[in-house]
Unconditional design. Sequence first.
Length: 283
Amino acid sequence: MAISFRPLSYALGAEVQGVDLAGPLSNSEFDQIHRTFLERGILLFRDQKISREQHIAFSRRFGELDTHDALPRDRDPDYPELLLVTNIPKANGAPSDSKYTGQLWHSDMSFTLVPSLGSLLRGIKIPPVGGDTMFTNMYMAYDTLSDGMKKMIEGLHAIHTGSRKIVDLSAERAAEQKKLNPPIAQPVVRVHPETGRKALYIGEKVSCFVDMTEAESRPLIDYLVRHATRPQFVYRHQWRPDDIVLWDNRCTMHIALGDYAEGEIRHLERTTIKGTPSGYYQQ
Ligand code: SIN
């Protein structure tokens, strides 16, 4: 069966049809997938009954994989290329370390010196209702800013932190996180290394702009995040088991909504493709 692509929303995303990732994929099939990935920012593969090894092998076709040294508590002990995004409690009954993973608008690994090229998230156990993820197109976010705003943010750097939402971080965990991942300054406008297009690079884990106070920075951070996540730039994904969603972290941002009942299991596994070095340490 030939590969075909179906748009997922006006702004971004395409569903890839006619591909079985458990079987071989020719270079020409991979080239079509890669081209559409660059054009649409997100690809969805439904009904992929694949093993962990096959998930890792397919991901490797896009580039070198991160072994998640920046997130040691969340990676699988036997497969460091797999980041567990799970609310399944630990063996001792304590909540999972990744229960709240992704519940702020962000681009993966922006708080490191090698932000991610892309991520492949595999749905394994999905709540009967909700557990959705939203994605937004950061090319559109940049393109639709006024010329004045574009001029103002060109050359600006923002401090990205590895902070997570709400109740999960004790003071001790927050200190551990800060030591492991000290704040990193990243350009607010980045040029995509493969398409040459400019994209906005901001998110809810940004604390302030370099050389500005948090109070001075906050209104602009809030404005840019609100602008970037306008509904017309967004695709909302409703997960099914055996979905694989691949996204381009260089021109999209995403958020896990956490919109499901406490007690329902949500378990997904992610590979993270390394991008090109970007940013610098900023204490
Ligand atoms: C992530 O940010 O990688 C996780 C997204 C999700 O759980 O939906």
